[in-house]
Design a protein around this ligand. Structure first.
Ligand code: MN
Ligand code: MN
Length: 317
């Protein structure tokens, strides 16, 4: 194994329950310069509409990530053979001011992207996708998106406010941050206010795959179709943990029954291999409702799977 790249601290060098709780026990870095990809946290829950708590998401995901080993036994991905990766810590949001926090996040991602580093974000509620996409637009133009969620997150407003965790993709369309014909929303379900909740994104060119259309089946064929439609251009991967069923991921703020399984979540991310992924997030983990840590553990593993499908990741044979 090469020593040129940062490696997660192994369980034979320090017990997995010991040492600083960085993401995957990777070294930290003060900024993104010199990195191919970074893990970055946004401890943010001031955009939530129901249960709070995602401000503790990054810390909890990092803690549960201590068991993750560097090699993907299923896909043979070995991201640390070919990429320099570090945990660059958290964005210092202003928890007393949502608008100011959105500005702070955008500026932080401007810096990450300026360093040609791919950000993988530990959320935080889904509000944070808006400032991230604003920063990405400046570097890559409007992007395609693979969006896993129980909700479309295209509300025009929430309680009169234009920016909240249920509105980011409405704003993103208005601001031309997304290439609508290259957007997939997967796992949408449950109750809404009107049919328009899922029809509006369809009118923008999005492909909306409701949870019922995923039940009882492998999502590998869906992802094959998605790869063809999304094509070669830049793609953002936004994974709201509530896209999975609350049986698997109960620690979240707006849980909806009838969701995707863990293996379907893995199939979606693994199905992104070959796409030009320019960033990803894992949002809406709320540790106060995650009584056994399983939601954060799953989130940590899904973030590792995202790392495994970045364009520069090498696969062993
Ligand atoms: Mn969401
Ligand atoms: Mn959601």
């Amino acid at each position: 194994m090469t020593t040129k790249f940062n490696q997660p601290l192994g369980g034979n060098d320090m017990p997995r329950f010991g040492g600083p709780a960085t993401m995957m026990r990777l070294p930290t870095a003060t900024d993104a310069r010199g990195l191919d990809a970074c893990f970055v946290g946004i401890p943010f829950d001031i955009g939530t509409s129901n249960r709070p708590g995602t401000r503790y998401g990054p810390r909890s995901i990092r803690a549960e990530s201590c068991l993750i080993r560097p090699y993907n036994m299923a896909t043979r991905a070995a991201p640390f053979d070919s990429m320099q990766v570090a945990d660059i810590g958290d964005v210092a949001i202003n928890t007393f001011n949502l608008t100011d926090s959105v500005r702070i996040i955008e500026e932080a991602y401007d810096e990450i992207l300026k360093a040609d580093c791919i950000p993988l974000t530990l959320g935080g509620d889904h509000t944070i996708a808006l400032p991230i996409l604003r920063a990405i637009r400046k570097k890559h133009g409007p992007v395609g998106m693979i969006h896993v969620d129980a909700h479309a997150d295209i509300n025009d407003h929430m309680f009169g406010e234009p920016i909240a965790h249920g509105t980011p993709f409405r704003r993103a369309v208005e601001e031309d941050l997304l290439d609508g014909n290259r957007v997939y929303q997967i796992g949408l379900r449950a109750t809404g206010y009107a049919a328009d909740d899922f029809d509006w994104p369809r009118d923008q060119g999005f492909t909306v795959v409701q949870a019922e259309d995923c039940w009882y089946q492998s999502l590998a064929p869906l992802m094959q179709e998605a790869r063809a439609k999304v094509g070669d251009g830049p793609v953002y991967l936004s994974f709201d943990i509530d896209g999975l069923d609350p049986a698997f991921a109960p620690g979240t703020g707006t849980p909806e029954p009838g969701g995707l399984t863990t293996s379907q979540g893995l199939e979606i991310i693994r199905g992104c291999r070959g796409l030009d992924i320019v960033g990803g997030d894992l949002v809406e983990v709320s540790p106060p409702y995650d009584t056994n840590g399983n939601t954060a553990l799953l989130a940590a593993n899904l973030l590792f799977e995202m790392l495994c499908v970045l364009p520069k990741t090498k696969y062993r044979t």
